[in-house]
Design a protein around this ligand. Structure first.
Ligand code: KIV
Ligand code: ZN
Length: 510
């Protein structure tokens, strides 16, 4: 296969491996919005979902395939033929569709989980690839748990699926067990021992259970792999996947020794990461490489002294190169619509004029009570007012009485499916009273896993951002709400989580 020298293909699996992990579920509109951002970021392949998993998954893959033109759209399928048919049905309208089929190859999985022999699995893998090839030439195969698979059997299966027509073969470190030298050496071993290996692109897909997903992926690329599977903010099953921003910036920053490159427009990285946080409500830690809030913050006096003299003393890449703005102070009461619109655009959002109008209205309300408006405030407004999922429940009114000589009591008026409902209840504190009232009105049964409050920015006039995590049967959801009043933010977050739960239940039906 003729490949541009040093070119690495970025296969983003945020919407599949990432979305399937607890708390990261997204509804159809959110997935579509995120896929548009991935296209803008310049990823080569978007793995949009696992169509056979549910009707909701099927519909979102189909919508993404119908709309996104600038990236290949992959759909995941097990090796059974009905899965492959369903995957194809979902992606057939894509500009460049890819079927990604997989089956386990390690003896541990074969004996303890699948109860199949090596030769059965080999046959199934080839039959799946041949079946997928009837639909498209763009077929990827993954031998799951490859890193714990017997090497000669792995070579046999890789050779057989390439013979059957796979154009990409992905080598997953499914359980995050490998260490970098070993993983790179495994990829090198495949290049040496699989006769037809040059007829396919070799891909790597590493999980981060031992914190080595990025290092393992880099090692795989150094030994000849040319596709890397990764996810924004490193989300994914258990400890997550290779983080897209880390692997891309490692390739970019150390191209002097790695001599590899991608087509990613790195200046969109930060916004893509923030968008994912906005949609899922799950933040990254402050010290997260590339996209954490401290990633470009220099605290020590010696470092600051060096930076003043010359940035390169302590900065290996510029914040600007990944889209982090260097001036965060922003807008205030007197900022006009045009300034707000420009600012929103510079932050990486593409909003319609109507949406800008809505944001501007909320911005003015906030600027009346808060002197300086920061990027984080704008993000919170956009996420609250523009990108909220279609609401079954809506907060209309909240009044809370509390204090050292009062029984905390909350009165809530809400819209439930368009009907106004109102009630009051007590609690051990004001938040507890608010949640108890909302629960009474919505008559929902679920378990509250987490409640957390943070100030978006410094100062007592800062907006409080509240995160609420709920569990209902197998579903876990996260809701977020922001407001200068922490109790209102709490009510919004709780209601947002309930709305997400409703939408998840609907999506996962079937
Ligand atoms: O981790 C894994 O093995 C996977 C496969 C489906 C590629 O996600
Ligand atoms: Zn995986």
């Amino acid at each position: 296969m003729e490949l541009e020298k040093g070119r690495v293909f970025i296969f983003d699996t945020t919407l599949r491996d990432g979305e399937q992990s607890p708390g990261f579920s997204m509804n159809l509109n959110e997935k579509l919005r995120f896929a548009r951002q991935l296209e803008k970021l310049g990823v080569d392949i978007i793995e949009a979902g696992f169509p056979v998993a549910s009707d909701g998954d099927f519909a979102s893959v189909q919508q993404i395939a119908g709309e996104i033109r600038g990236a290949q759209i992959a759909a995941l399928a097990r090796t059974n033929l009905a899965d492959i048919d369903r995957a194809w049905e979902a992606i057939k309208d894509a500009a460049n569709p890819r079927i990604h089929t997989f089956i386990s190859s390690s003896d541990i999985h074969l004996e303890l989980q699948l109860k199949k022999t090596r030769s059965q699995v080999l046959k199934e893998a080839c039959a799946a690839v041949e079946h997928a090839r009837n639909y498209t030439k763009n077929v990827e195969f993954s031998p799951m748990d490859a890193t714990r698979t017997d090497r000669s059997y792995l070579c046999e299966i890789v050779e057989a699926v390439i013979g059957a027509g796979a154009s990409t073969v992905n080598i997953p470190d499914t359980v995050g067990y490998a260490v970098p030298d070993e993983f790179g050496e495994l990829i090198g071993y495949l290049f040496e021992n699989v006769k037809n290996i040059d007829d396919a692109i070799i891909s790597v897909h590493c999980h981060d259970d031992l914190g080595m997903a990025v290092a393992n992926s880099l090692s795989g690329l150094r030994h000849g792999a040319r596709q890397v599977e990764c996810a924004i903010n490193g989300i994914g099953e258990r400890a997550g996947n290779t983080s897209l921003e880390e692997i891309v910036m490692a390739l970019e920053t150390r191209k002097d020794i790695l001599k590899l490159h991608t087509n990613i427009k790195t200046k969109h990285i930060y916004h893509t990461s923030r968008l994912l946080i906005d949609i899922t409500g799950i933040p990254v830690q402050p010290n997260k490489a590339i996209v954490g809030t401290n990633a470009f913050a220099h605290e020590s006096g010696i470092h600051q002294d060096g930076l003043i003299k010359d940035k390169t003393t302590y900065e290996i890449m510029t914040p600007r190169s990944v889209g982090v703005s260097e001036t965060n102070i922003v807008l205030g009461k007197h900022s006009g619509r045009h300034a707000v619109k420009e600012h929103i655009k510079n932050m990486g959002y593409s909003l319609t004029d109507e949406d800008i109008g809505k944001v501007f209205k909320r911005f003015k309300e906030l600027a009346d009570v808060k002197k300086e408006i920061f990027d984080e405030d704008i993000e919170a407004i956009i996420s609250d007012d523009i990108f909220r999922i279609p609401d079954k429940y809506k907060l209309l009114y909240l009044n809370v009485v509390s204090g050292n000589a009062a029984i905390p009591t909350a009165t809530v008026r809400m819209e439930v499916d368009g009907e106004v409902a109102q009630d009051a209840n007590f609690g051990v504190g004001p938040v507890d009273a608010t949640f108890a009232t909302i629960k009474k009105i919505t008559k929902t049964g679920h378990h509250l896993l987490k409640y957390a409050v943070n100030a978006i920015t410094g100062g007592t006039d800062a907006q409080g951002v509240v995160t609420v995590q709920l569990k209902y049967n197998e579903h876990t959801v996260v809701g977020r709400g922001a407001d200068p009043d922490v109790l209102v933010a709490s009510a919004k977050a709780y209601i947002n989580a309930l709305n997400r739960l409703e939408s998840l239940k609907a999506d996962r039906k079937g």
